[in-house]
Design a protein around this ligand. Structure first.
Ligand code: FES
Length: 136
């Protein structure tokens, strides 16, 4: 029951600030009488939750097997080269945060990624470059 309540609180904190701050983690721990490490552990378990402020846009590139079989790793490397960042990092200009994620339900369009809430499939390095250029 406490974990269900905790997850709802974490999701609310994430949707309010686009990430879950250390202060929010401490407050949730105190409210629910849970160790901070537990709240932090739950927050970092889910790839759609973050404990760091994200860039203006969040890229989630799929790392699951069907995408990997269609050069998904190469697409992740293409993004890393274009932006000069590794997964988990935010570009110096604050435009993009890059995350690796499990299947995003677009295996028929593998390799696929989300930028914010928009799905892009059948990726190639050239297509990725064009997509990223369309974001401010
Ligand atoms: S495995 Fe990549 S979208 Fe499903």
């Amino acid at each position: 029951m406490k974990n269900h309540k905790l997850l709802n609180m974490i999701k609310e904190a994430q949707s309010k600030n686009r990430y879950v701050s250390e202060e929010a983690i401490a407050q949730m721990a105190e409210t629910l009488g849970l160790p901070m490490a537990h709240v932090y552990g739950v927050t970092t378990f889910y790839s759609f939750l973050s404990t760091k402020p994200p860039g203006r846009h969040v890229i989630r590139i799929c790392k699951s097997v069907p995408c990997c079989l269609k050069d998904g790793e190469m697409m992740a490397e293409a993004i890393e080269d274009i932006l000069g960042i590794a997964p988990g990092e935010t570009s110096a200009d604050g435009r993009f945060t890059l995350e690796l994620t499990n299947c995003i339900g677009a295996c028929d369009q593998a390799p696929a990624m989300l930028v914010d809430d928009t799905l892009y499939g059948d990726l190639t390095p050239e297509k990725i470059e064009n997509i990223l250029q369309s974001f401010d």
